[in-house]
Every structure is written in structure tokens, then in C-alpha cells.
Design a protein around this ligand. Sequence first.
Ligand code: PLP
Length: 430
Amino acid sequence: MQLRQISQNALQQFEKDLELQYQAIGAQKLSLDLTRGKPSAEQLSLSDALDGLLNGDYKSLDGTDTRNYGGLDGLDEVKQLGAEILELSNTEVLVGGNSSLTLMFQAALTAYHFGLRGPDSAWKHEGGAKFLCPVPGYDRHFTVCEQLGIEMLTIPMTATGPDMDAVEAAVKADANIKGMWCVPKYSNPTGIIYSDETVERVAALGKIAGPNFRVFWDNAYVVHGHSNIRAPLANVMEACKRAGTEDSVLQFASTSKITHAGSGIAFMGASAANLKGFKQFLGSCTIGPDKVNQLRHIRLLPNIDALLSHMKQHAAIVKPRFDAVLSALDSTFNGENDFAGIGSWEKPDGGYFVSFDTQPGLAREVVRLAADAGVKLTPAGATFPYGKDPEDSNIRIAPTVPSVEEVRSAMDVFVVCTKLATVRQALANN
Ligand code: PLP
């Protein structure tokens, strides 16, 4: 039997039982945290050989002394690694500092104020800019837009990527739409991978939109599979080349979740014209990136094979945590269970998040109940522009930092809170 077919009396009994379970959890005085989408200390330790690796040899392959200024777009051998990660040619890659988010912000700033194709192409001359934001999405993308005064328009996510009918209709209808956020692989937070058709249609947007439209293709989880480390994703640059739209997509990735999250290296992949426009801006902010760090990275991970086998070690640490989340959800909200169907989620096989949708109107309440029982969850609404989830239903679960045992305990709390909030809502609505 399912919850919605249950009598008022039976619901009241469920509420009583769940309240007892909730009180018992509260008595344990737990302090667990499922908020942080960052690597655990165990994962960070996989790259500790970075420390001291150079051992006094600071020369790159072409003899550059990496300690000195210069090299605005990075060392050649590191561009090569970025090219292999993003499946581009090395002339299409720029290596930046420690954060792809910084590169994304700088790219958006350049496009807005200075223009990627010269000053006349700046979005500010076209009466402002709007971005399409597939939701749920990554809160820091939304912060970039807010900071630059870019209006955000939401697009629903599906199991194959953003709803492309909605995207194409929006781009056709409004010339002020100048960009779109995409996390094409293990999307933050739903964990889905864009289908081939979605990639093809994203690449074709440049034919509908004007010449200053840019897709921000944030491939943060490109080599972060849990069972298949490098699960297939169609190559967006090749699709763009077929469509004649290679200037319409800017790609990003980093080693933040490969080596040390706070001191990795970031990549931007783009057409020659976009790289030229971006470097003009970048050259006014810096004389060059931290090439010593780039050299340490390429000595630790000299090629894509080394990098992929390193990622296998990450997967061995991360996958059991995801399994714990997914099995808790599956055993509670699927099958013949009384509570089947009261929540929905994708089953990511990579990345850092599981995205769970409660019944409408309950996400905040579940997060509150969990917090009061000692389990911190990302604030409800964080996965939507301006922090506003119109359905109040999406909750992002980030299980990488706690131990597997802690994830299990936290999920026990999560499912009780979700059930309790749902039963109370059903009672109030009856
Ligand atoms: N992009 C996405 C989709 C992310 O989830 C994250 C971090 O969680 C980042 C970018 C941050 O990347 P970086 O550390 O390279 O700035």
C-alpha cells in the first residue's frame, strides 16, 4: 500500500511511530554533516607526493624556469594534459590558477564588460545579459551571475540534461540571453550525464543565438566516475565544429577533486578567438599563473593514463559512500514500501552529489528536522538561483567527507525526517 492511499488513523499511527524514532535519534546527540561537496582527507592524501616532488628541478620540458614570471596560458605539457582531459587539441587549452570557478567568473566578467571579440562585443552594450540556469544547479554558478548583475532564468533539468525544447525556445525569444550554465557530466547536483542529443543541441544553440552567446560548459566531474571512471560524454567541441559554432562554448575543468582541492590547477578550453579575447583580459590581471604548481602536477600525473588510474583510487573511497546513500533511499522510498514514491532521485555513478526531491513544500522542513536531530544538510533552496526553490522540494546530499558509517547514520536520520515531514503534511491536507 502507498502512503497516499492510507487512512487518517493509519497515518496518525505512522506519525506516532516516527516521532518515537525521531526522539530516539535526538537522544543520540549526533553531529553529522552531509553539506560539503569536497574531497575527504583520505582522498586528499592520495596526492601528498606533490609535496617535495620537484626536489630542486624547476625546469619544464622546454627549459622554462617555472619559478619566474610569464607563461600567461600555462606550460605546454600541462596544456597537453588539459587537452587530454577535455578531449581538445592543446592549442585550445589555457591553464590557469587553482580554481576553475575563478576562470568562469573571469570569462563571464570579460564577456560582460570587455567583450570576448573586442570591446564592441561586450554584453553591457546590448542592454544587459541574462543566463539560462538549469535547475537544480550549482549555487556558485548562480553567485557569479548575481555578482555581475546577470539575470537568471531557470530551465528544468531532465534525466538527459536541460530541457532543450525550453532552452531553444528561450534563446529564440530573447536576444538578451547571453549564456547558459552546463555541468554535462555527473551534473551538480542531479548526477546525470548529458545525452548525445543534448550535447548536439547545446552545440547548435550558437546557430540560433547571436555571436556573443556563450555556453559555460563546466566539466568539473569529467573523470570522476565511480565505476566507469571516464564514462562517455559526447564531445561538445566536435559537435560545435560540425555546426560551425565553435566560438559559442567555453569549457572548464580543474584538478580540485583530483589532487588537492585548494591548490590544484584549472583549465579553460575554447576556440582560438575566445582564448585570444580572454588572454587580453587575463594579461591585465596577472603576469602569469603558478607554474611551479603546474610542474608539480605534471610530474605527479604525467599523462591521462596516470590520471585515470589515480581517479580509480578516488572512486574506491567515494563509491561506498554513494552506495550507502542510494541503498538507504532505495530501501525506504522504492518497491512495495509504505513510503514508496514520496521522494525521487537519480542514481549517479559519479560526481559528488545525490539530489533528492521531497513532496512539494517539504524540503525546508526536512532540512530543519535533520538539523535538530544533529544532521546538517545543504540549506533547501541553495540549488536554485536566488536561493529560491519554487517547489521547496530539492535537497542536495553530499556524502564524500563523512566516513561510510557516518553516511549510513546520517541517512537513517534523513529517511526518518523525510517520512515524518511527509506524514505530517498528509495529515494536515486530509
Ligand atoms: N564546478 C562545479 C560544478 C563544482 O561542483 C565545483 C565544486 O564543487 C566547482 C566547479 C569548483 O571548481 P574549482 O575548485 O576548480 O573552482
